[in-house]
Design a binder for this molecule. Structure first.
Ligand code: 5GP
Length: 191
């Protein structure tokens, strides 16, 4: 029986640094990793699928889940709630499966407080200006949301030194390969 616990990898970045694309690539390359799907009260974007990208739930359901202690961590930003469900991480890591979390920078630091062995990987944009350009170009936010995301990105960039690994997303393939190498090295050490 596999008695080794699975590892917790957290990939975090300011909004617009390209982490969703990186995470998708990582998962298709490392099928042994299980992705933790967060719950959110934000509206579903057109291309997103409930239960795949997020569990899209109402504010009422979210608050109930907080009360029931159902999240490892949760945050409210841009007027919406985001939370990491507790059950999934506990079940997977107990049975020796490593999990990957794609959450915001503060959430990642909170995970480290709860699970000190978690490995935090920070995806940084090449520069603040590039980040702003990317956010504007993807056109998924209205003017108000965009402003809030830019403000938050400044704060999130200032926290990067608290992470275990820093990967600069200048070129997507290089960034994916760097994250993959970090994760593979740690998983293979555990075996
Ligand atoms: P978006 O609305 O663009 O999908 O996500 C906004 C931010 O919330 C992103 O930085 C995303 O990684 C983060 N996020 C997603 N799920 C969670 C979560 O469960 N907890 C925390 N703290 N942040 C999350």
């Amino acid at each position: 029986m596999n008695t080794k616990k699975g590892k917790i990898f957290v990939v975090a970045a300011p909004s617009g640094a390209g982490k969703t694309t990186i995470v998708k690539n990582i998962l298709s390359n490392l099928p042994e990793l299980a992705l933790s799907i967060s719950a959110t009260t934000r509206k579903k974007r057109e291309h997103e699928i409930n239960g795949v990208d997020y569990h899209f739930i109402s504010e009422e359901e979210f608050l109930k889940k907080i009360e029931e202690n159902g999240f490892v961590e949760w945050e409210k930003f841009y007027d919406y709630y985001y939370g990491t469900p507790k059950g999934f991480i506990e079940e997977k890591t107990k049975s020796g499966i490593s999990v990957l979390l794609e959450i915001d920078v503060k959430g990642a630091l909170n995970i480290k407080l709860i699970y000190p062995d978690a490995i935090l990987i920070y995806i940084s944009p090449p520069s603040f200006e590039v980040l702003v350009e990317r956010l504007k170009n993807r056109k998924t936010e209205d003017e108000n949301d965009l402003k809030k995301r830019i403000e938050r990105a400044k704060m999130e960039l200032s926290l990067k030194d608290k992470f275990d690994y820093l990967v600069v997303n200048k070129d997507l393939n290089t960034a994916v390969s760097e994250v993959k190498t970090i994760i593979k090295r740690i998983i293979s050490k555990e075996k």
